[in-house]
Design a binder for this molecule. Structure first.
Ligand code: HEM
Length: 491
């Protein structure tokens, strides 16, 4: 009995401490202060992206003070401030502020890294995988995955009943192919061993929401309890990467995948950044953590982007017809193949994808941690260890930047109109030094899949109204449905 009373007392004390630590941090600095963001999220049915949008729309102020547990946080609305945080004053905001346990091998990756020197070195070494010329060489992997994906849904009608989950199969497989290449024994890239892992690693659940809450609210708990976010995938994933690296060490065939580049790095031994003097040995574990980051950053985001694009196309038959016409024009009458240059020519498809990513940015807000005291262009002081939140979803639906923001209109991204979009108001892939490293790869992967899919299928018209899942960072509606209808080979 005494034990239960003690536990209840501890919980009450933690709650009181939680609610009182930063309750007037911003008030004291003459900045509007609202309730703790994580607390609001925990007791709300909506996603964090929607909560941030509600706050953005409700308050006129350009800075909204809040907290995330023990960390004071500032929600930004001013575009110049946003530009400073993401790019101009990067030295004060290089970290995302995600607390990781040094023993958590897979979490020590580019996406989560808060150590500037380590992040800079790894980013420098990984960036070459995603240059245009590398992607051109890698396109055969993306194309094979897209083609296998179409066969999969053509041959398995029942899979079309759960469109989001089949799109996830494609994005996981195509990232898997870009990382590990395609084994000559593998007939179908859709049989990816990583599907289950990628799905579990990012799927929102009550458990992950609590984990996010606790690790943000009480960062020291992460180390005290040796809390490993991706612990359950460690043996499986590190094991696979080690096996692939070993078997490829003696293989001279060029594959143009991520593993090929990592083998090259390992051949040269210790990596060094001459500007900072930082050194790192590219061990198998370091390679595994970066490969893992590509899965968790890429699979869910691209599946959501495809899903929302198809949902909007089912809502907008005129746009769908125009897109079919463009795609059929590229494939021609008999030719059933798609090259890198073909995809580059699909300009209207590019505009449709951009508009879909505007209306439904898969990552609905960006986060940075201030790493040294600084002053924003709007003259607001930001102290070290303050979190800064950039409400991407809200900005993308702001009528000031996107008139009739709820209307799906690809023309916003025509080559002429795109020039007049104010800088730092299109943030689907982030901006500045920590911008998404996979942007070009993702766009190619999205367009290849959509081109193949809309060559072979069309969509039944419907009225789509989103019901976003309660997620701590993403914008998702995995249960939404649209009917894929097979087309005649050439219409
Ligand atoms: C539509 C698909 C995608 C979207 C919307 C997206 C969006 C984003 C966003 C918003 C960020 C954070 C940027 C910031 O904080 O400024 C990010 C970072 C990142 N993304 Fe993506 N992403 C997508 C696909 C991919 C793919 C396919 C990969 C890899 C193959 C990838 C790898 C990464 C990595 C490694 C980072 C961390 C970069 C760093 O911190 O230096 N992403 N992405």
């Amino acid at each position: 009995m005494l034990f239960i009373v003690l536990i209840i007392l501890c919980i009450v004390l933690i709650i009181v401490k939680y609610k009182t630590t930063n309750y007037d941090y911003w008030k004291k600095r003459n900045i509007l202060q609202i309730d703790d963001l994580l607390w609001t999220f925990l007791f709300n049915k909506r996603s964090m992206s929607e909560i941030c949008k509600d706050i953005y729309d409700k308050y006129e102020a350009t800075h909204i003070g809040t907290s995330m547990g023990s960390t004071p946080a500032l929600i930004l609305k001013d575009v110049e401030d946003i530009q400073a945080v993401l790019a101009g004053d990067f030295q004060s905001f290089y970290s995302r502020g995600i607390q990781i346990n040094p023993n958590d091998i897979l979490a020590d990756n580019l996406l989560f890294m808060g150590d500037y020197r380590k992040w800079k070195l790894i980013r420098q070494k990984l960036s070459p995988v995603f240059t245009s010329s590398k992607l051109k060489n890698m396109f055969y992997l993306i194309e094979k995955s897209a083609r296998d994906f179409i066969e999969l849904i053509e041959d398995n009608r029942h899979l079309r009943k759960q469109p989001f989950s089949v799109l996830y199969t494609y994005t996981t497989a195509s990232i898997g192919a870009a990382i590990f290449g395609i084994d000559t024994q593998t007939k179908n890239t859709m049989e990816s061993p990583f599907l289950d892992m990628a799905w579990k690693a990012v799927k929102p659940s009550f458990k992950t929401n609590i984990q996010v809450f606790l690790s943000n609210a009480f960062p020291s708990l992460v180390n005290i309890f040796n809390f490993k976010v991706f612990g359950e995938h460690e043996d499986f994933f590190v094991g696979i990467v080690k096996k692939v690296l070993e078997s490829r060490r003696h293989d001279t065939k060029r594959r143009h995948d991520f593993i090929e580049m990592c083998l090259e790095l390992q051949k040269h031994g210790i990596m060094q950044d001459f500007t900072t003097g930082y050194e790192l040995n590219p061990t198998d574990e370091v390679v595994a953590a970066q490969a893992f980051a590509l899965f968790i950053a890429g699979a869910d985001t691209t599946a959501n982007a495809l899903h929302f694009t198809l949902l909007e196309l089912s809502n907008n038959p005129k746009i769908l017809t125009k897109l079919h016409k463009e795609i059929d024009g590229i494939f021609g009458t008999f030719r059933e193949e798609l090259s890198y240059n073909d995809v580059e020519k699909l300009q209207y498809l590019d505009m449709v994808v951009s508009e879909s990513l505007r209306k439904y940015p898969p990552i609905g807000f960006l986060q940075r941690l201030c790493t040294k005291d600084t002053v924003l262009p709007s003259k607001v002081n930001v102290e070290k260890d303050t979190a800064v939140v950039i409400p991407v979803f809200a900005i993308h639906r702001d009528e000031k930047y996107y008139p009739q923001a709820d209307v799906f209109d690809p023309e916003r991204f025509s080559p002429r109109n795109v020039q007049s979009l104010p800088k730092f108001t299109y943030l689907s892939f982030g901006e500045g030094n920590r911008v998404c490293i996979g942007t070009r790869f993702a766009r190619l992967q999205l367009k290849a899949a959509l081109a193949w899919l809309l060559r072979r299928f069309t969509l039944a018209e419907q009225n789509y109204t989103p019901t976003f899942e309660k997620s701590s960072f993403a914008l998702r509606d995995p249960n939404a449905y649209y009917e894929l209808i097979p087309r005649d080979p050439v219409e």
